[in-house]
Design a protein around this ligand. Structure first.
Ligand code: AMP
Ligand code: GLY
Length: 433
């Protein structure tokens, strides 16, 4: 089969890499891709952006692809998967109607309530007074979320009521602005990707993401600064429990509403003293968790995504996983997340890639471009995602950081503590008492 992957981040680089390792995949093409992806497969520009369905379909037809895989949320919310399916092609990604699970936090809460899915109490607000009342009603720590898409940066968690109110006001100032004020959920966070075909659910291995920019989980939220998988500390039965109580009921509810969910239902969870609670849904693979989850997946990815896109997940054999640990560390540009600086030269990425086989580490590209003279230059907030793999979590971390240390990018920053607590056995689910 031939596959077209839409996107340009390290997540898409990881997806393309996994597809090229699938013996049933004859060809992969990416649009728009990035310099790292271009080293593996052809990349096609999308002048009108990733939501330009005509341009995507033109590439799909030119390469005679059988399957289109959509990476990011924005084109999904804009209806790219609908257009691809309407053209008679298989698409891995939800319709615009189903993508509202990520596009509106208020909608996600409503679906969860209909499907009786455990999540934090939340109040949807359209005025500053309502936000103020909600903050008082739910108490500190305050969780204030922009209702719409905000690339992981629309959420403020703070003990400072004025800061919470100010964030609420800023979100409401946008046209059609709505704010969700939510109960604070205490406990370690887990990302579980559930592959869905509209009716069936196949969970991948859980991962943990590091959202805050600074070490020790300090500073503002980002798209994600690193991740690891598996989670040796997670309770036995967690995945089955989350599928049974969360993912399957949501898939059933979306099916019942006539807007079946096809693609990845990304379940962001807090493991609280009262059990797993949904923090958020996303409708696509998470970045950077995908980098570590796909590193360990041994079932051919093309077969899995095609089965989901064509409603045949129930025919798939159980997934196979490498018995290894994977860690990814994001190298971010100066100024990320507030105002990332671009145009700095990246050194060492190609060398790290060349040494990959022996070093047990490799480099995935995100915000990079090739300049006219062939040098690699930063072009976004998250520039690279460096993956290390090992027999133990400690070894995977060591290899990831050794590769990170070989990379030069002026002003860049990364967290040194990705998966550190897990390595030390310091992550635990709170218990009642
Ligand atoms: P979201 O965009 O909803 O994933 O939120 C981004 C991050 O904010 C999450 O990964 C959490 O770290 C934090 N967060 C969101 N909602 C809550 C909540 N109700 N309680 C505690 N932390 C939260
Ligand atoms: N890593 C979080 C996300 O992809 O939204």
């Amino acid at each position: 089969m031939k596959v077209l992957v839409i996107g340009s981040g390290a997540r898409e680089h990881a997806i393309v890499r996994a597809l090229t390792l699938d013996p049933t995949v004859d060809a992969v093409v990416a649009a728009p891709g990035n310099p790292g992806i271009a080293a593996l497969v052809p990349c096609e520009a999308l002048e009108g952006g990733m939501a330009d369905a005509d341009a995507v379909l033109e590439v799909a037809r030119r390469y005679e692809v059988d399957l289109v895989v959509v990476g990011p949320e924005a084109p999904l919310v804009a209806g790219l998967a609908d257009a691809v399916r309407a053209a008679g092609l298989a698409c891995f990604g939800p319709s615009s109607a189903a993508a509202v699970l990520e596009g509106s936090k208020a909608f996600a809460k409503e679906v969860m309530s209909s499907a009786d899915v455990p999540t934090g109490r939340a109040l949807v607000c359209t005025t500053v007074d309502e936000v103020d009342d909600a903050l008082g009603a739910l108490g500190a720590p305050h969780v204030v979320k922009d209702d719409g898409l905000a690339a992981g940066k629309g959420v403020v968690v703070t003990d400072d009521r004025d800061e919470a109110l100010a964030h609420g006001r800023a979100c409401l100032d946008k046209p059609g602005g709505r704010v969700v004020v939510e109960e604070y959920l205490d406990g370690p966070e887990v990302s579980l990707f559930c592959i869905c075909d509209g009716q069936h659910v196949v969970p991948l291995a859980p991962a943990q993401d590091f959202k805050r920019v600074g070490e020790g989980d300090t500073g503002p939220n980002t798209g994600g600064m690193g991740a690891y998988s598996p989670l040796d500390w997670a309770p036995a039965g967690l995945v089955d429990d989350v599928v049974a109580r969360i993912a399957q009921p949501v898939v059933d509810e979306m099916h019942r509403r006539g807007t079946p969910f096809v693609g990845v239902l990304y379940v962001g969870l807090a493991l609280t003293v009262r059990g797993p609670r949904v923090i958020e849904f996303n409708v696509r693979f998470g970045d950077p968790e995908t980098q570590v989850v796909l590193d360990r997946l041994r079932t051919p990815l093309g077969r899995l995504l095609m089965a989901a896109a064509t409603g045949r997940l129930d025919e798939l054999e159980p997934l196979r996983w490498a018995d290894e640990h994977a860690v990814t560390v994001v190298v971010a540009a100066a100024g990320y997340p507030a105002s990332p600086r671009t145009g700095d030269v990246v050194t060492g990425a190609d060398a790290a890639e060349a040494a990959a086989a022996e070093a047990g580490a490799y480099v995935l590209h995100a915000g990079t471009v090739r300049s006219a003279d062939g040098s690699l230059v930063s072009a976004g907030g998250r520039v690279l995602s460096v993956v290390g793999r090992g027999a133990t979590l400690a070894q995977a971390r060591e290899r990831a950081y050794a590769a990170v240390d070989g990379i030069g990018l002026d002003g860049s920053h990364h967290r040194r503590d990705i998966a550190e607590k897990a390595e030390r056995g310091e992550v635990a689910v709170p218990v009642a008492g």
